[in-house]
Design a protein around this ligand. Structure first.
Ligand code: NAP
Length: 234
């Protein structure tokens, strides 16, 4: 009698142990599934955040220019590479003729030598009264409708202002990220002189126009001029 109850207790213990083992296994499987989903969501979020928004059509960019009232243009090294200053000056003049405020913001380190941008804009006969140094224009970005970046990268990198781990942290930059909208012209996702990632180009208020600056600005100029020359300016 004693040995049969001992056997019963042993069998009961084995069953309980098996049940506990099965429950732990199930829980582990569930937890690792949840963890995988979490990781995948994180990866998706990072991938999604890393893709810049590109303007769908060139005419979208022209429309954005035509709708803006206050525009600040930021030229950089890429404008010089492309020799796009003449198209940029003509575009700015056309927009100014329509009654818009069009100003140029010059970072002291833009391009590859001191005064590089000023020389190029001067060559294209941009009026000096439309050209402003960083300290005189930086406060205007938050009030402007549109920042138009032409081949600039390091000088508009908000990480230099926001990210203590950024190698350029502490270097003053042009605060284009504070503008209501930003259009950035560059050929692709190439870095600037510093080879530092620029988080500006994936911000919500920023759209990219990929291609050579001169060609893109010529297209924009043609679109803006055809609007200007149309009977009702429509
Ligand atoms: P940047 O950081 O060198 O960026 C220029 C951008 O222009 C590139 O990211 C490139 O992107 C784009 N680009 C090149 N060719 C182009 C083309 N044909 N059409 C359109 N885009 C083009 O220039 P930055 O913002 O002017 O900054 C200047 C940098 O140079 C700073 O890091 C500064 O410290 C350094 N620096 C300045 C001096 C000076 O005295 N000014 C001297 C030495 C060094 P894609 O490849 O994607 O097109």
């Amino acid at each position: 009698m004693e040995s049969s109850s001992a056997l019963l207790i042993l069998v009961a213990c084995v069953i309980v142990a098996l049940l506990v083992f099965a429950a732990v296994k199930l829980m582990r499987a569930h937890l690792s599934e949840l963890r995988d989903i979490g990781i995948n969501e994180d990866v998706k979020a990072v991938t999604a955040a890393a893709e810049p928004e590109v303007v769908a059509e060139k005419s979208d960019a022209a429309r954005t220019l035509l709708e803006a009232q206050e525009i600040i243009v930021v030229p950089g090294f890429g404008m010089g590479v492309s020799r796009a200053q003449f198209q940029l000056a003509a575009l700015a003049a056309s927009l100014a003729e329509m009654g818009k405020s069009v100003r140029f913001a010059i970072h002291p380190a833009a391009g590859r030598m001191p005064g590089h941008m000023n020389i190029l804009l001067d060559e294209a006969e941009v009026p000096h009264t439309a050209v402003f140094d960083l300290e005189h224009i930086n406060g205007r970005f938050s009030a402007c409708d549109l920042a138009l970046i032409v081949g600039a990268n390091d000088v508009v990198n908000p990480a230099a202002r926001e990210d203590v781990n950024c190698p350029n942290y502490g270097m003053p930059v042009l605060d284009t990220d504070k503008a209501r909208q930003v259009l950035a012209i560059k050929r692709g996702q190439g870095n600037g002189y510093s080879s530092i990632n620029n988080p500006l180009f994936t911000r919500d208020n920023v759209r990219m126009i990929y291609g050579d600056a001169r060609e893109i600005l010529q297209n924009l100029l043609d679109e803006v001029k055809s609007h200007q020359d149309s009977p009702a300016g429509t």
